[in-house]
Design a protein around this ligand. Sequence first.
Ligand SMILES: [Zn+2]
Length: 101
Amino acid sequence: MEYQDEHIKRLFARLSELERIVDERSKPVVPPPPRTGLCGAKTRKGTPCQCKAIEGKNRCKLHGGKSTGAKTAEGIERIRQGQARRWAKASFQREAHENNS
Ligand SMILES: [Zn+2]
């Protein structure tokens, strides 16, 4: 009987060890980049980018450190209107130019 108790205790110890290992393995494979102040993004050469990261961010201006664009429907709509304004202005100027020449 005593032997069985010992055996069960050992099994439980092993189980919690396995749970710990599984827990460790379920963590993201890619660790967050260490904050070195450099971008470190993978370049086309395959080497880490040596550019200085944008302050408060992990990536440089070429690798997503700056804004990556409007996300909300509101923001996207604002950009759409801005583009429409620019196009209207350009076509107005084009017309004026063609009528003068
Ligand atoms: Zn970079």
